[in-house]
Write a protein that binds this ligand. Structure first.
Ligand SMILES: C[S@@+](CC[C@H](N)C(=O)[O-])C[C@H]1O[C@@H](n2cnc3c(N)ncnc32)[C@H](O)[C@@H]1O
Length: 204
Protein backbone atom coordinates (compact mmCIF):
# COMPACT_ATOMS: atom_id res chain seq x y z
CA UNK A 1 0.00 0.00 0.00
CA UNK A 2 2.99 2.27 0.30
CA UNK A 3 5.51 3.47 -2.26
CA UNK A 4 4.42 3.69 -5.85
CA UNK A 5 1.01 5.40 -5.43
CA UNK A 6 2.47 8.06 -3.17
CA UNK A 7 5.42 8.72 -5.44
CA UNK A 8 3.10 9.19 -8.43
CA UNK A 9 1.30 11.99 -6.60
CA UNK A 10 4.50 14.06 -6.78
CA UNK A 11 5.09 13.48 -10.50
CA UNK A 12 2.92 16.04 -12.16
CA UNK A 13 3.24 19.36 -10.31
CA UNK A 14 2.64 19.92 -6.60
CA UNK A 15 0.37 17.46 -4.78
CA UNK A 16 -2.79 18.94 -3.16
CA UNK A 17 -1.11 19.11 0.28
CA UNK A 18 2.18 20.47 -1.04
CA UNK A 19 1.64 24.17 -0.34
CA UNK A 20 5.27 25.24 -0.73
CA UNK A 21 5.67 26.54 2.82
CA UNK A 22 5.53 25.11 6.32
CA UNK A 23 2.12 24.65 7.90
CA UNK A 24 1.28 27.67 10.14
CA UNK A 25 0.59 25.31 13.06
CA UNK A 26 4.13 23.93 12.82
CA UNK A 27 5.66 27.42 12.56
CA UNK A 28 3.72 28.49 15.67
CA UNK A 29 4.76 25.48 17.76
CA UNK A 30 8.36 25.80 16.59
CA UNK A 31 8.47 29.47 17.57
CA UNK A 32 7.06 28.52 20.98
CA UNK A 33 10.05 26.19 21.49
CA UNK A 34 8.02 23.02 20.97
CA UNK A 35 10.74 21.25 19.00
CA UNK A 36 13.75 20.07 21.01
CA UNK A 37 16.54 17.54 20.57
CA UNK A 38 16.71 15.24 17.58
CA UNK A 39 13.61 15.63 15.42
CA UNK A 40 11.93 13.12 13.11
CA UNK A 41 9.43 14.23 10.44
CA UNK A 42 7.49 11.10 9.48
CA UNK A 43 6.04 11.37 5.97
CA UNK A 44 7.93 14.60 5.30
CA UNK A 45 6.86 15.01 1.66
CA UNK A 46 8.86 17.75 -0.04
CA UNK A 47 10.18 18.84 3.34
CA UNK A 48 8.78 22.31 4.10
CA UNK A 49 8.08 21.51 7.77
CA UNK A 50 11.39 19.67 8.27
CA UNK A 51 13.28 22.52 6.60
CA UNK A 52 11.58 25.08 8.82
CA UNK A 53 12.47 23.20 12.01
CA UNK A 54 16.03 22.60 10.80
CA UNK A 55 16.42 26.30 9.97
CA UNK A 56 16.05 26.93 13.73
CA UNK A 57 19.20 24.91 14.35
CA UNK A 58 17.77 21.50 15.19
CA UNK A 59 18.97 18.17 13.77
CA UNK A 60 16.12 16.86 11.62
CA UNK A 61 15.58 13.59 9.80
CA UNK A 62 12.75 13.53 7.27
CA UNK A 63 11.56 10.16 6.03
CA UNK A 64 9.10 9.36 3.30
CA UNK A 65 8.30 6.48 0.93
CA UNK A 66 8.12 8.83 -2.07
CA UNK A 67 11.55 9.17 -3.69
CA UNK A 68 10.35 12.00 -5.92
CA UNK A 69 9.26 14.04 -2.89
CA UNK A 70 12.60 13.34 -1.19
CA UNK A 71 14.53 14.48 -4.26
CA UNK A 72 12.59 17.77 -4.24
CA UNK A 73 13.19 18.13 -0.48
CA UNK A 74 16.95 17.58 -0.88
CA UNK A 75 17.09 20.15 -3.67
CA UNK A 76 15.29 22.72 -1.47
CA UNK A 77 17.71 22.02 1.39
CA UNK A 78 20.66 22.51 -0.96
CA UNK A 79 19.24 25.71 -2.49
CA UNK A 80 18.41 27.20 0.92
CA UNK A 81 21.67 26.08 2.55
CA UNK A 82 19.84 24.21 5.30
CA UNK A 83 21.21 20.95 6.68
CA UNK A 84 18.53 18.24 6.87
CA UNK A 85 18.66 14.52 6.21
CA UNK A 86 15.98 13.20 3.87
CA UNK A 87 15.86 9.41 3.70
CA UNK A 88 13.55 6.90 2.03
CA UNK A 89 11.91 4.72 4.67
CA UNK A 90 8.59 3.30 5.80
CA UNK A 91 6.92 4.98 8.77
CA UNK A 92 5.36 1.64 9.61
CA UNK A 93 8.84 0.17 10.22
CA UNK A 94 10.73 2.98 11.91
CA UNK A 95 12.64 0.60 14.20
CA UNK A 96 14.89 0.01 11.17
CA UNK A 97 16.12 3.62 11.41
CA UNK A 98 18.10 2.59 14.51
CA UNK A 99 17.91 6.03 16.15
CA UNK A 100 15.79 7.74 18.78
CA UNK A 101 14.17 11.15 18.60
CA UNK A 102 13.07 13.65 21.25
CA UNK A 103 10.44 15.26 19.04
CA UNK A 104 8.49 13.57 16.27
CA UNK A 105 6.24 15.31 13.77
CA UNK A 106 3.43 13.82 11.73
CA UNK A 107 1.87 16.34 9.40
CA UNK A 108 -0.79 14.66 7.30
CA UNK A 109 0.34 11.03 7.59
CA UNK A 110 -1.70 9.51 10.44
CA UNK A 111 -5.01 10.25 8.73
CA UNK A 112 -3.94 8.30 5.61
CA UNK A 113 -3.66 4.99 7.50
CA UNK A 114 -6.50 2.51 7.97
CA UNK A 115 -7.22 1.01 11.41
CA UNK A 116 -4.81 -1.89 11.08
CA UNK A 117 -2.02 0.35 9.78
CA UNK A 118 -2.66 2.85 12.59
CA UNK A 119 -1.82 0.35 15.31
CA UNK A 120 1.37 -0.67 13.46
CA UNK A 121 2.24 3.00 12.98
CA UNK A 122 1.70 3.88 16.65
CA UNK A 123 4.02 1.01 17.69
CA UNK A 124 6.53 2.02 15.04
CA UNK A 125 6.58 5.61 16.35
CA UNK A 126 6.99 4.33 19.91
CA UNK A 127 10.08 2.38 18.87
CA UNK A 128 11.97 5.58 17.90
CA UNK A 129 10.68 8.14 20.41
CA UNK A 130 12.62 8.85 23.60
CA UNK A 131 10.79 8.31 26.90
CA UNK A 132 9.06 11.62 27.68
CA UNK A 133 9.54 12.64 24.06
CA UNK A 134 6.81 14.51 22.22
CA UNK A 135 4.84 13.56 19.14
CA UNK A 136 2.84 16.16 17.24
CA UNK A 137 0.10 14.92 14.93
CA UNK A 138 -1.55 17.47 12.62
CA UNK A 139 -4.41 15.70 10.85
CA UNK A 140 -7.68 16.49 9.13
CA UNK A 141 -10.51 16.71 11.67
CA UNK A 142 -14.12 15.58 11.40
CA UNK A 143 -15.29 18.91 12.81
CA UNK A 144 -16.51 20.47 9.52
CA UNK A 145 -17.64 22.17 7.39
CA UNK A 146 -15.44 21.51 4.35
CA UNK A 147 -13.42 18.72 5.96
CA UNK A 148 -10.38 17.28 4.18
CA UNK A 149 -10.12 13.67 2.98
CA UNK A 150 -9.95 10.95 5.69
CA UNK A 151 -11.15 13.19 8.56
CA UNK A 152 -10.31 11.87 12.03
CA UNK A 153 -12.26 12.26 15.28
CA UNK A 154 -10.77 13.13 18.67
CA UNK A 155 -11.93 9.71 19.88
CA UNK A 156 -9.92 7.98 17.13
CA UNK A 157 -6.80 9.88 18.17
CA UNK A 158 -7.29 9.00 21.84
CA UNK A 159 -7.96 5.36 20.98
CA UNK A 160 -4.83 5.08 18.84
CA UNK A 161 -2.46 6.85 21.25
CA UNK A 162 -3.33 5.32 24.62
CA UNK A 163 -1.30 4.21 27.61
CA UNK A 164 -1.28 0.56 26.52
CA UNK A 165 0.54 1.57 23.34
CA UNK A 166 3.03 3.77 25.22
CA UNK A 167 1.47 7.18 24.65
CA UNK A 168 -0.53 9.79 26.52
CA UNK A 169 -2.47 12.48 24.69
CA UNK A 170 -1.70 15.83 26.35
CA UNK A 171 -3.87 18.06 24.17
CA UNK A 172 -6.06 18.01 21.08
CA UNK A 173 -6.69 21.49 19.72
CA UNK A 174 -8.67 22.67 16.69
CA UNK A 175 -6.42 24.01 13.95
CA UNK A 176 -6.19 24.28 10.15
CA UNK A 177 -4.19 22.44 7.49
CA UNK A 178 -3.40 24.56 4.44
CA UNK A 179 -4.02 22.75 1.16
CA UNK A 180 -4.16 23.73 -2.51
CA UNK A 181 -7.92 23.23 -2.57
CA UNK A 182 -9.09 25.00 0.61
CA UNK A 183 -9.00 28.84 0.66
CA UNK A 184 -8.50 29.07 4.40
CA UNK A 185 -7.21 25.56 5.08
CA UNK A 186 -9.19 22.51 6.14
CA UNK A 187 -10.31 21.80 9.72
CA UNK A 188 -7.61 19.94 11.60
CA UNK A 189 -6.62 18.64 15.01
CA UNK A 190 -3.25 19.60 16.38
CA UNK A 191 -2.50 16.81 18.84
CA UNK A 192 0.32 16.80 21.36
CA UNK A 193 1.21 13.33 22.60
CA UNK A 194 3.78 12.27 25.18
CA UNK A 195 5.77 9.03 25.00
CA UNK A 196 5.38 7.19 28.30
CA UNK A 197 7.09 4.03 29.52
CA UNK A 198 6.23 0.59 28.21
CA UNK A 199 3.85 0.04 25.33
CA UNK A 200 4.14 -2.28 22.37
CA UNK A 201 7.04 -1.72 20.02
CA UNK A 202 7.02 -2.67 16.39
CA UNK A 203 8.25 -6.16 15.59
CA UNK A 204 11.15 -6.55 13.16
C1 LIG B 1 -0.47 14.06 2.91
S1 LIG B 1 1.25 13.88 2.57
C2 LIG B 1 1.97 15.04 3.72
C3 LIG B 1 3.40 15.39 3.37
C4 LIG B 1 4.08 16.39 4.27
N1 LIG B 1 4.12 15.97 5.64
C5 LIG B 1 3.45 17.74 4.14
O1 LIG B 1 2.90 18.24 5.12
O2 LIG B 1 3.51 18.31 3.04
C6 LIG B 1 1.63 12.30 3.30
C7 LIG B 1 3.06 11.88 3.03
O3 LIG B 1 3.30 10.65 3.69
C8 LIG B 1 4.05 9.81 2.83
N2 LIG B 1 3.80 8.42 3.24
C9 LIG B 1 2.69 7.67 3.04
N3 LIG B 1 2.82 6.45 3.59
C10 LIG B 1 4.06 6.43 4.16
C11 LIG B 1 4.78 5.47 4.89
N4 LIG B 1 4.28 4.26 5.15
N5 LIG B 1 6.02 5.80 5.32
C12 LIG B 1 6.55 7.01 5.07
N6 LIG B 1 5.91 7.97 4.38
C13 LIG B 1 4.67 7.69 3.94
C14 LIG B 1 3.59 10.15 1.43
O4 LIG B 1 4.52 9.82 0.45
C15 LIG B 1 3.38 11.67 1.56
O5 LIG B 1 4.54 12.37 1.23
Amino acid sequence: MTGVPWDASYDDGPAPWDVGRPQPAIVRVASDGGFVGAVLDAGCGTGENALHVASLGLAVLGIDVAETALAIAREKAHDRGIEVEFVADDALRLERVGRRFTTVLDCGLFHTFDLDERSRYVASLASVTEPDGTLYVLCFSDDGPDTGPHPVSQEELRAAFDLSSGWQVSAIEPDRIRTRFHDDGAPAWFTTIRRVGGGRVAAE
